[in-house]
Design a protein around this ligand. Structure first.
Ligand code: PLP
Length: 452
């Protein structure tokens, strides 16, 4: 029996509050109330394992007292301070210094934001301004079909209105964007098999650049591992080839590390897996473990020197001292508690278990991903890789069943080719025993799926 208080709250919520990916006027009847470690609790006292770090953002789990105290202390001292008109604040400066210890060498010039979407929009302006100051009219941006880069104007245009795009129905989108197939080997859009393909999806970038004219292309932007698109990691040769092509054609390489950054893939930033340095890198989510909205765009010395003295207008809350204080403390915790190393170790353990126990199941096409950014491909027919008929609502049923049994899991479904993937991406502080506890709940749900 749901309490009267929860019922009242849910009714008001349904009548007034918008929820993403739920449909306006809807909710699922869960009001989160408290949290600790890898768990959150609803207003009825039911506890859930957070199997997705909510939006892959609560990287340090819940209840990190030091971040809470740092926020309180800074708020008590300085409630707001702009970075406009040349003013600065201590927390922003210290945050930049701390961040420069973590980012790839040379990427130590920062513009702060309140989140990922703002970072993407600012990055697009930054990239185009860079070329314009150099006297070159390079403005087109190339991105991947299956990517997600937020829902502000620029991000929507990067994502596109095409297949799988969140920009669908919101037209006209900003012009000047070109979309190409991604690196989803299991369902290769070129119909190729990995190992015999010579990483064609990366090579294809060069073909598109030639077609569009290198003199028109400002940048290539992508997620190092597809996040919202399904926790899909690229084949090993992908990023080195992409870096090579960008250099060859004098095109900026932009890494959207909003989801992959801060240890999610078992490295501080995901492009470290391939030893690649982007020209611009966008961060958010894990930078404060989502305790408070914050983000940053890091860019190279070459861009900084080119733009020196120019006016790059940012946001009201850019460099908010309270958010910067939270980020400093979160970064200290990542380093001190070896959180990234834990993500790599426990992620490897989780993936081994997914491969051993889940992959042989009749409706599992495969399990993959880096660190604690893992995806389980659900198929109706293993031989043909055909997903379940949408009318069966299989993924919603998996999610509902998991929630009922006490674990929140995300389902991914926006890839350009029809596909269904269960996301496993708990907080990076999770232990091996907690991984087992989570997967023990999920296993019987997946094991009962029948091919159709
Ligand atoms: C890769 C990536 N970029 C950008 C964003 C947008 O970030 P935000 O929701 O903070 O605006 C997200 C959000 O999930 C993301 O995963």
């Amino acid at each position: 029996m749901t309490s009267k208080r929860t019922e009242r709250l849910l009714k008001w919520d349904q009548e007034h509050i918008v929820h993403s990916r739920c449909g306006i006027g809807g909710n699922i009847g869960v009001i989160t109330d408290k949290s600790h470690g890898i768990y959150f609790q609803d207003t009825e006292g039911k506890e859930y394992i957070d199997g997705a770090s909510q939006l892959l953002c609560v990287n340090l789990g819940y209840g990190q007292r030091e971040i809470i105290d740092a926020v309180y202390k800074e708020m008590d001292r300085l409630q707001y301070s702009m970075l406009f008109h040349g003013f600065s604040n201590i927390a922003s400066i210290e945050c930049g210094r701390k961040l420069s210890e973590l980012v790839p060498e040379g990427l130590d010039h920062f513009n702060f934001t309140s989140g990922g979407s703002e970072g993407i929009d600012l990055t697009l302006r930054l990239a185009r301004l860079y070329w314009s100051v150099k006297g070159r009219d390079k403005y087109k941006i190339i991105s991947l079909y299956d990517s997600y880069h937020g829902v502000a104007g620029g991000g929507l245009a990067v994502v596109g209105s095409g297949r799988g795009g969140y920009g669908r129905g919101i037209i006209p989108l900003m012009p000047g964007f070109v979309h190409i197939p991604s690196y989803y080997c299991y369902r290769c859009m070129f119909g190729k098999e990995y190992r015999n393909c010579n990483v064609h999806c990366a090579q294809y970038l060069a073909e598109v650049i030639e077609k569009e004219g290198p003199e028109n292309i400002a940048a290539f932007i992508a997620e190092p591992e597809l996040g919202v698109g399904g926790m899909i990691a690229p084949p090993p040769g992908y990023w080195p080839k992409v870096r090579e092509i960008c250099d060859q054609y004098d095109i900026l390489l932009i890494a959207d590390e909003v989801m992959t950054g801060f240890g999610r893939t078992g490295k501080m930033f995901a492009l470290e897996h391939w030893g690649i340095k982007p020209d611009i890198m966008i961060m958010a989510k894990g930078i404060t473990s989502a305790y408070i909205p914050f983000g940053a765009v890091a860019f190279s010395g070459e861009i900084w020197e080119t733009l020196k003295g120019r006016n790059l207008v940012s946001y009201t809350y850019a460099g908010h001292p309270v958010c910067a204080a939270a980020a400093i403390k979160a970064m200290e915790i990542y380093q001190r508690d070896k959180v990234v190393e834990n993500a790599a170790r426990v992620g490897k353990y989780a993936l081994e278990r997914l491969k051993r126990d889940f992959e042989p199941l009749p409706c599992v096409g495969g399990a993959n991903g880096l660190g604690l950014m893992l995806g389980i491909e659900i198929v109706a027919d293993k031989a043909t890789k055909r997903p379940f008929d949408r009318k069966l609502n299989i993924m919603q049923r998996i999610q509902d069943s998991a929630l009922e049994k006490g674990i929140f899991l995300r389902m991914a479904d926006i890839s350009s080719t029809p596909s269904d993937r269960i996301v496993f991406a708990p907080p990076l502080v999770i232990t091996g025993e907690e991984v087992d506890k989570a997967l023990d709940i999920l296993f019987p749900i997946v094991a009962t799926l029948k091919p159709s």
